[in-house]
Design a protein around this ligand. Structure first.
Ligand code: SF4
Ligand code: SF4
Length: 472
């Protein structure tokens, strides 16, 4: 039985409910009266249910799709302005006891080099990341209780936060590690993590079990219920995601929204972020062996509909996607992107030799961070290195309340300008710096509250004089 409040995976992500939803969506995909009423409902900015959103996804009328895109763009502007938050992944270890068939770190892969960063290597990696200008990391590790126990992860987090190098600092560490216990989530919370990210990969239980034939990740319920345990452990910012290409995208989309509805129903706060990775080529993985790959058009439609359906949830896109795809979906609702990523264990301080690659997937966007920052500003976006909310204790429902009151505009916007200013002073190339200074000048006008604008101008001056780390 479908029950969003249940704590059992198969009840809050209920297979029958998803099938009914898909049938309902299919039978109504040309029901324009219903579709228009759903779009009107979406305009209230309170989000859409998985049923309503699935009807929009099923609709293939070009004009209506354009309406959805326009609405997504409007939401993006209203809730996130023209800011794009920057981050980088840091792979700590690719030892893994699982058998995920789409990931080259699966246990049976005997030829991929297995690596695990020592604390000394982490220092070197973090300094290299700081020297690019990054302030926000997402750490990643395979599941291996012997090689990557929770103590190792905690030690790494501690090391990362402790490194001060020139004006560099990593101010927020998000964590993407395997589903674990409430006790371990509590330890992560105490270590000061930002968001706990765990991709569901697929919500389809039968496929899930086939795609994860061996190892602890095989347990669908344990994996699917992880976010509830994370929240019970005190982590109130959690990040969802599916790996598009493994199962039918319409199924995954409904599952993803049901998961968000479940978190809201049980914990009073939805997911902090949603990631939208698509399956990519890597070591012994050929994406064409998976039947459910999606086109760039469908991908854009999914991004737009996620934006409309969960307006307050950040959306993340990685360097799995090319520059042109990123360009399109940033407009439709993506709020956070990675830049200059290495998807290997190590690789920032020193590039890996090609024949010794430990990469999890091939990167489609290989530009430097300076190039990405420049590109964003050329398109009139503000690259933001802001980490303020979590450091001010604005997480979970406090963050959502602020977001819904629209006061976030008086925080995010000046914070974006202040952190961009730091980037320009410390790391940017002359061209990027010039472009950025002009952008800051223009964008100061767009801070709604005059007092906030005044404080922002004062702090920008202080940054020029050498001070750092101002935030609203
Ligand atoms: S997806 Fe994660 S759990 Fe699965 S093999 Fe790769 S690293 Fe291991
Ligand atoms: S103020 Fe908060 S929500 Fe806004 S960009 Fe910074 S951390 Fe994100």
């Amino acid at each position: 039985m479908y029950n969003p409040k249940s704590l059992k995976a198969e009840e809050f992500i209920n297979h029958e409910e998803i099938l009914d939803t898909l049938a309902y969506a299919e039978s109504n995909k040309d029901n324009y009266e219903l579709i228009h009423s759903i779009i009107e409902k979406a305009k209230e900015r309170k989000g859409l249910s998985h049923r309503d959103a699935s009807v929009l996804l099923a609709c293939d009328n070009e004009e209506i799709i354009q309406e959805m895109y326009d609405l997504a763009e409007q939401f993006k502007k209203d809730f996130y302005g023209n800011r794009i938050v920057m981050f980088a992944p840091l792979y700590l270890s690719n030892y893994c006891v699982n058998g995920c068939v789409y990931c080259p770190y699966h246990m049976k892969n005997k030829h991929i080099p297995r690596k695990k960063l020592t604390q000394e290597e982490i220092k070197r990696e973090v300094i290299a990341l700081q020297d690019m200008g990054h302030k926000r990391l997402a750490i990643e590790a395979g599941e291996d209780p012997v090689n990557n126990p929770i103590e190792y992860i905690l030690e790494c987090i501690n090391t990362i936060y402790s490194i001060q190098h020139k004006n560099g600092a990593i101010r927020r560490v998000n964590v993407n590690i395997a589903a674990t216990t409430v006790e371990n989530y509590r330890k992560l919370k105490d270590a000061g993590i930002g968001t706990y990210i765990l991709f569901q990969e697929t919500y389809h239980k039968e496929s899930y079990e086939k795609l994860h034939p061996t190892g602890p990740k095989h347990n669908y319920a344990y994996h699917t219920e992880a976010m509830d345990r994370a929240m019970d452990g005190g982590i109130d910012d959690v990040g969802l995601g599916v790996l598009f290409g493994l199962e039918l995208y319409k199924y995954e989309f409904a599952g993803l929204l049901m998961h968000a509805e479940h978190l809201e129903a049980v914990h009073g706060v939805g997911p902090h972020t949603i990631s939208v990775p698509r399956i990519k080529r890597a070591d012994d993985i050929d994406p064409s062996t998976f039947d459910n790959g999606i086109s760039d058009e469908i991908f854009a439609k999914l991004c737009a509909l996620i934006r409309i359906s969960v307006p307050y949830t950040g959306m993340i896109i990685s360097t799995r996607e090319s520059k042109s795809v990123r360009e399109k979906v940033i407009r439709l609702g993506v709020s956070q992107i990675s830049g200059a990523s290495r998807t290997s264990v190590g690789g920032y301080a020193e590039a890996e030799p090609e024949d010794e690659s430990s990469a999890q997937f091939d990167v489609s966007d290989n530009r430097t961070l300076d190039e990405v920052v420049h590109w964003l500003m050329d398109m009139k976006y503000i690259p933001s290195f802001c980490t303020a909310c979590y450091r001010e204790g604005r997480t979970g429902d406090r963050f959502m309340a602020l977001c819904k009151s629209k006061q976030i505009q008086n925080c995010c916007h000046p914070n974006a300008l202040l952190t961009l200013k730091e980037y320009l002073m410390d790391y940017a190339s002359p061209d990027t710096k010039k472009l950025g200074e002009e952008l800051i000048e223009r964008e100061l006008e767009n801070i709604p509250n005059p007092k906030a604008r005044e404080v922002c101008i004062e702090n920008l001056k202080k940054i020029e004089e050498g001070q750092r780390d101002f935030r609203f």
